[in-house]
Design a protein around this ligand. Structure first.
Ligand SMILES: N[C@@H](CCC(=O)N[C@@H](CS)C(=O)NCC(=O)O)C(=O)O
Length: 338
C-alpha cells in the first residue's frame, strides 16, 4: 500500500514539473487550428516530403488522421522533422504536440522521459544489412565486425545485447547523422549497418544498387513503433490513441475511403457507431460524432495507408507480416468503438 502511494505521489509531482494539466495540449491545438507533429527527417514510406514539399508516409498519416479527427480536415497539420537525438526534447519542450516518428515504445521511455506511448502503428524488429559481396548469410557470421549504428536509439542498446548473448564481439561506429552513417557503410568504413528492419528496407531502396545489399534474417529485438505524447494530458492522449484505433477498426470492418458513404447505410451496429450514424462516440472525446468518418474519408483505413506508403502499391513492398490484422494472423487489433 505504501509503495502504491509513493508511486502516485511520484507521478503527480512529475506531471507538475512538466507543467501539463489535463486537456492543455488538446485546447492549445484547437486554438491554433493545426496539430504539430514531429516526424522523421526523411524515411521513405514513413515520413518524407515529395518534390512539392508535401509530406507522406504511414507516420504522417497518423498526423493527418489526428487533424481530420480534430478539425474535420486532414490538411490542418504541420510537421517538424526531428532526428533520433532531438525527438524527445522536441516533445518535452512543447515544440511538437505529438511524436509520430518510427519511435519504439519501451518501459524506460515511458517512465523516465515524462512521455508516453499511445499505441503501435508498426510492429518492427531490428535487423542488420551487409554488402552481398561479403558472402555472409547470418548475423552470427559477423564476429569482430565493425558496425555502423546511430546514437540515442534502441538500436545501439540491442546491438550490444544481441552480440553479447550470442558470444560475439563487434566494434561499433556510432554516427549521429543518418546520411553520414549510410555514406560510411557504403564507403566500407563499417561492415554492416543496423537499424529497424523497416528502416533498412527503405534505406536500401535509396542506395545506388539496392540488390548489392542484403538484410540478414535475424531479428535482434522487438520494435513496437508508435506515436508518443507528453504525460499529464489525458484528453490529448485519448485523441491520438483513438485516431490510430479508428484506422485499424475501419480496416477490420471493411470500411475504406472509397466505400464509406455506402457503408453509412450498413445495418452492422459497429459500422454505424464507427461512422457516427448511431451513438455518441465523439462526445467523450470532445469531438463531433463524425470524427472517425473524417479520418477514414480523408486518410483511409490502416490497410489503405500501409498499402500506398510501404506495402504492395509502394516501392518498399513490405509484407504486412506482424502488421496484418489479428484475423489474418497479425497483431493489429483495433479497440472497440462503443
Ligand atoms: N525505433 C528505434 C530506432 C529508430 C532509428 O534509429 N531510426 C533511424 C533509422 S530509420 C533514424 O531515424 N535515423 C535518422 C535520424 O536520426 O535522423 C528507436 O526508436 O530508437
Amino acid at each position: 500500500m505504501k509503495f502504491k502511494t509513493a508511486l502516485v505521489i511520484g507521478a503527480s509531482l512529475f506531471c507538475m514539473s512538466v507543467g501539463a494539466h489535463a486537456g492543455e495540449t488538446f485546447d492549445a491545438v484547437k486554438k491554433k487550428g493545426f496539430v504539430q507533429c514531429g516526424v522523421h527527417t526523411g524515411l521513405p514510406g514513413f515520413s518524407i516530403a515529395d518534390s512539392r514539399g508535401e509530406w507522406n508516409g504511414v507516420d504522417v498519416d497518423i498526423c493527418r488522421a489526428i487533424a481530420a479527427m480534430v478539425f474535420g480536415d486532414a490538411s490542418k497539420y504541420k510537421v517538424t522533422s526531428v532526428t533520433t537525438q532531438q525527438r524527445f526534447t522536441a516533445l518535452q519542450s512543447g515544440e511538437i504536440d505529438v511524436l509520430t516518428r518510427n519511435t519504439t515504445a519501451t518501459l524506460t521511455r515511458d517512465t523516465t522521459l515524462g512521455l508516453m506511448s499511445t499505441g503501435i502503428n508498426y510492429y518492427d524488429s531490428q535487423g542488420i544489412m551487409v554488402k552481398k559481396e561479403l558472402g555472409v548469410n547470418s548475423a552470427k557470421e559477423l564476429d569482430n565486425a565493425t558496425i555502423c549504428v546511430q546514437p540515442g536509439t534502441t538500436t545501439e542498446l540491442n546491438l550490444a545485447d544481441w552480440f553479447r548473448s550470442n558470444g560475439l564481439t563487434f566494434t561499433p561506429v556510432v554516427i549521429n547523422s543518418p546520411d553520414e552513417a549510410m555514406r560510411s557503410y557504403e564507403a566500407g568504413r563499417c561492415d554492416a549497418f543496423t537499424t529497424d528492419k523497416s528502416g533498412l528496407a527503405t534505406v536500401r531502396t535509396t542506395l545506388p544498387n539496392p540488390d548489392d545489399h542484403v538484410i540478414l534474417p535475424e531479428d535482434f529485438s522487438k520494435e513496437p513503433l508508435g506515436p508518443m505524447v507528453r504525460q499529464g494530458d489525458d484528453e490529448w492522449f485519448m485523441v491520438v490513441r483513438w485516431a490510430l484505433n479508428a484506422m485499424i477498426e475501419a480496416e477490420e470492418y471493411g470500411i475504406t475511403s472509397k466505400n464509406l458513404d455506402e457503408m453509412t447505410k450498413s445495418e452492422n451496429p459497429n459500422i454505424q457507431r464507427i461512422l457516427g450514424v448511431t451513438g455518441e462516440m465523439g462526445k467523450g472525446l470532445g469531438l463531433d460524432n463524425k470524427w472517425a468518418y473524417n479520418i477514414i474519408k480523408q486518410v483511409g483505413n490502416y490497410g489503405e495507408s500501409f498499402d500506398r506508403n510501404i506495402g504492395a502499391s509502394s516501392p518498399m513492398k513490405l509484407e504486412r507480416g506482424l502488421n496484418a490484422l489479428w484475423k489474418d494472423g497479425g497483431l493489429m487489433y483495433g479497440w472497440p468503438i462503443r
